[in-house]
Design a protein around this ligand. Structure first.
Ligand SMILES: Cc1cc2nc3c(=O)[nH]c(=O)nc-3n(C[C@H](O)[C@H](O)[C@H](O)COP(=O)(O)O)c2cc1C
Length: 187
C-alpha cells in the first residue's frame, strides 16, 4: 500500500516539506511504501480548459504533470499539504488539482483512494481550516474517502513548524488516521 504526500509550497525545505517529512516518517514506520510530490521542484501549468482530455487520456501541456499522473494513479492514499495563501491553498497546488480533471474524465481513476489534508500559515488562525476544506473538496469531487485527524479536520499548523508542538500533534494524528483507515479498508 502506497501513501503519497503532495506539498503545494514553492519553497524547497520549507514548512510544508518539513510536515511532509514528518508524515512520511510515520507512514514508513508503520510499514507503508511512500512517495512524495514536491511542487517546489516541479513545473505544473494551469489547466486551459482546452477539452483535449475529454477525447483522450493525453494532456497537451508538456510539463511535470505527466510524471505526477503516474504517481497519483499508483498511490492508495494521499496527504496533501498546503501553505495558506490569502486564506486558501497555493496557486501551485490549485494548478495540480485542476489538471487532475484528466483522471476524472477518464474513468474516475482516483475514486476510492483515501485522502487527508494539512495546512500551515504564518498566523494561528490565518485560514488553515478553509484551506483544508478546499483540499477536501478536490478529494470529494474525485470520489475519494476523506479523513481528518480523528477529531477535527486535519493538520493545522503555524510557522515555524518545528516550534509548533500543538500543530505537530494534529499533523501526526492526521498521518495516523490515514494509516489506520488504509489498514482497515484493506484488511
Ligand atoms: C502570498 C502569500 C500569502 C499568504 N497568506 C497567508 C494567509 O492568508 N494566512 C496565513 O496564515 N499565512 C499566510 N501566508 C504565510 C504562509 O502561509 C507561510 O509562510 C507558510 O508557512 C509557508 O509555508 P512554506 O514554508 O512551506 O512555504 C502567506 C504567504 C504568502 C507568500
Amino acid at each position: 500500500m502506497k501513501i503519497t504526500c503532495i506539498s503545494g509550497s514553492p519553497i524547497a525545505g520549507g514548512n510544508n516539506e518539513k510536515m511532509v517529512d514528518m508524515v512520511l516518517k510515520i507512514a514508513q514506520e508503520r510499514g507503508f511504501e511512500t512517495d512524495r510530490i514536491l511542487l517546489s521542484n516541479l513545473k505544473v501549468e494551469p489547466c486551459t480548459d482546452c477539452g483535449a482530455c475529454k477525447k483522450s487520456r493525453d494532456c497537451p501541456i508538456d510539463d511535470d504533470m505527466k510524471g505526477i499522473y503516474k504517481k497519483l494513479e499508483s498511490s492508495d492514499a494521499f496527504i496533501v499539504s498546503s501553505p495558506v495563501f490569502f486564506g486558501s491553498l497555493s496557486a501551485q497546488l490549485k494548478a495540480l488539482f485542476d489538471r487532475t480533471i484528466l483522471l476524472r474524465r477518464n474513468g474516475f481513476l482516483l475514486k476510492g483512494k483515501i485522502g487527508a489534508a494539512i495546512a500551515i500559515g504564518g498566523s494561528r488562525n490565518g485560514g488553515q481550516e478553509f484551506t483544508i476544506q478546499t483540499i477536501h473538496s478536490w478529494m470529494h469531487i474525485h470520489g475519494m474517502v476523506v479523513v481528518g485527524d480523528a477529531g477535527h479536520f486535519g493538520g493545522i499548523a503555524v510557522k515555524p513548524f518545528e516550534s509548533d508542538k500543538e500543530g505537530s500533534k494534529t499533523v501526526m494524528d492526521t498521518a495516523n488516521m490515514l494509516c489506520n483507515t488504509l489498514s482497515r479498508l484493506n484488511g
